[in-house]
Structures are given as structure tokens and as C-alpha cells.
Design a protein around this ligand. Structure first.
Ligand code: SAH
Length: 214
């Protein structure tokens, strides 16, 4: 380990302690946050801030979510090794890296070409096996469906019908649902072919889920 890596590891350990204080209990989530190098997913010059519990700007006017939000959403997914997970909104690739680190088989869609290109290169350079696609999350990725879990990392005005069809029965969709002001974190559980149970898990703030490609 270089001195820098050693220092960043110390900062990650502190961040993990903070997330525990804030109520995150899933040990697999905490281990992933403690090991994935968040400073490699943000713009150069901002590395110093990588392990504060804060969102940070990434290209194309988007943001990498605050670590607490990533941890909370990931905890709601109840990730198990070998599960197929579809992410909508690759952004920096950090959330996808957390899921891959936890042993999931990750597919991720991004509508901003610049972010799609950067995150794909970054994830493969860092050794994370994530399939990144340039595509519109409203359509999902039917050729790889069904998924055990779907995670949306942008504020959705409604739950797209295509995504409902692409989650397996027994699977979850975790989505920050926009109500015009901020977003309510929802977990939809597909209990049968046509029925979803719906849970509310508090308010968060996300960039919007936008239709079509950029
Ligand atoms: N999970 C990301 C968070 C990025 S912010 C991370 O860990 O860094 C949300 C991302 O969703 C942005 O990059 C935005 O471009 C993308 N997005 C918004 N609407 C989308 C859509 N319809 N399909 C795919 N991606 C979308």
C-alpha cells in the first residue's frame, strides 16, 4: 500500500463508523464501503472530499450520491452473491462497484454518453466486472431480464412499466420516487406476476431520471 492508499483506507474506516452511527446495519454493505476506493470515482482535485458523507459533482451536471444514500439504498436491496442486478444511472460507476464488490452480477445503464464512456473504462481499470450500457433506463435491458433486483439512482416520476416487467417474482425495485419536491425512497417487491407490495423509506435528494439518450 502506498502512503496515500493507507491514508484513504483510514478515512474509509471512519466513514464506515459514521454510517453505523447513522443506522446502517448490513455488514456486507459496510464491508464494501470500507473497501471500494470512492476517491477513484470522483474528479481529480476533489479526492480530499471523497470520504466525507457528501454528494459530489461528476461530469455532465450529475452527482455521485452521498455515501449514506448509497449504503441505505444498497441495504434495501438485500444483495446476495450471484444475484443479477440492474442499475439505472451508472454516473461515476461507484454504486455499481459496490454491488459488484458484494458479489452481484451487475448491469448498469447510463443515458449520458460521456459518463457511460468514463465509468466503463474506470470500472474495468479497477477490476470490477460490471456490464455498462449506453441506454435509456425507462426501457431497461430486456435482453438480460429477468433481474433479481433493480436499483434506480435518479429521481423517477413514476415506476416505468418496462422495469416492472424485468424484475423476477420475489425480486425488488428500489427507487427514489419524485413527488415534485424531493424523492421518497420506495421499495417495490414483486409478489406475483401482477402484484407489487410498496414500502416507503424516507426522503432523499437525487438528480432527475430523464427520458431518452443524451
Ligand atoms: N449511481 C451513480 C449516481 C449517478 S447520478 C453513481 O454511483 O455515481 C444519476 C445518473 O442517472 C446520472 O448519471 C444520469 O445521467 C443518469 N440518468 C438519468 N436518467 C436516466 C435514464 N433515463 N437512463 C439512464 N440513466 C439516467
Amino acid at each position: 500500500m502506498t502512503l496515500d492508499e493507507y491514508r484513504f483506507k483510514g478515512l474509509r474506516d471512519k466513514l464506515v463508523q459514521l454510517l453505523v452511527q447513522k443506522g446502517i446495519t448490513d455488514n456486507n454493505v459496510l464491508t464494501a464501503i470500507g473497501e471500494v476506493p470512492r476517491h477513484k470515482f470522483i474528479e481529480s482535485g476533489l479526492e480530499e472530499y471523497a470520504y466525507l458523507d457528501k454528494p459530489l459533482p461528476i461530469p455532465a451536471g450529475q452527482t455521485i450520491s452521498q455515501p449514506y444514500t448509497v449504503a441505505f439504498q444498497t441495504q434495501l436491496l438485500e444483495v446476495k452473491r450471484g444475484e443479477k442486478i440492474l442499475e439505472i444511472g451508472t454516473g461515476s460507476g461507484y454504486q455499481a462497484a459496490i454491488l459488484a464488490h458484494m458479489g452481484a452480477i451487475v448491469y448498469s445503464l447510463e443515458r449520458q454518453k460521456e459518463l457511460y464512456i468514463f465509468s466503463q473504462i474506470r470500472l474495468s481499470d479497477l477490476g470490477y466486472n460490471v456490464k455498462v450500457f449506453y441506454g435509456d433506463g425507462y426501457q431497461g435491458k430486456p435482453s438480460y431480464a429477468p433481474f433479481n433486483k433493480i436499483i434506480i439512482t435518479c429521481g423517477a416520476p413514476y415506476l416505468p412499466e418496462d422495469l416492472k416487467n424485468q424484475v423476477a417474482i420475489g425480486g425488488y425495485i428500489v427507487v427514489p420516487m419524485d413527488d415534485g419536491n424531493s424523492q421518497v425512497m420506495k421499495r417495490f417487491i414483486r409478489v406475483s406476476e401482477n402484484r407489487f407490495d410498496e414500502e416507503d423509506h424516507g426522503r432523499f435528494s437525487f438528480v432527475p431520471m430523464v427520458k431518452g439518450l443524451e
